[in-house]
Design a protein around this ligand. Sequence first.
Ligand code: 3PG
Length: 214
Amino acid sequence: MNVNDMSVIERLANSVVVPVVVLDKAEDAIPTAKAMYAGGIDTMEITFRTACAPEAIKAVAENCPEVLVGAGTVLNLEQCKKAIEMGAKFIVSPGYSEEVVSWCVENEIPVLPGCVTPTEIMLALNHGLNLIKFFPANVYGGLNAMKNLSAPFVGIKFVPTGGVNASNIKEYIDAPFIHAVGGSWVCAKADINAGNWDKITQLCKEARQAAKGE
Ligand code: 3PG
């Protein structure tokens, strides 16, 4: 299927890896997006961990139509609204925020709240969400935890982040309850700050190949 015919949720799966991007300077947003795109990854989550996040999201949304840009580390409704105003196409939170989830659902904006317990998953399900972030995956039981959670919550799909990398991505991606994985290893802050664009492209290629077992 052509990416233009895919929903946001389908595009996240198609990307396999949804990079978690931390930018110190908004001007690094476009070269980072292009470097990852050259490596076969056409989605990115620009995190609100740094002050330039809104400007960085806007730069990618306006200049890189081939890349699906979302906002990550969205902690409250104010950041969420700002991200959407700047052109973010999806919202990711490390935890479950009722105000963020309710607003996104009302406004038909794809949202992935972070849920690691049955109770949190039930809050997401109450809003009709069946795709959630699972963070930090390596701390909250990894694949085994998600496997067990997917038994009562039939149809739930996870995007695990935290400790996912090229050496374990295949295990994650092969599990039927995994939609895509997230992570920062393909676009480390140090590489972005140093302008190591070719390295970022290479890490993205390697991540996708590792996911396929190549
Ligand atoms: C996140 O917010 O999802 C994590 O910081 C990503 O985890 P990683 O840095 O281990 O890839």
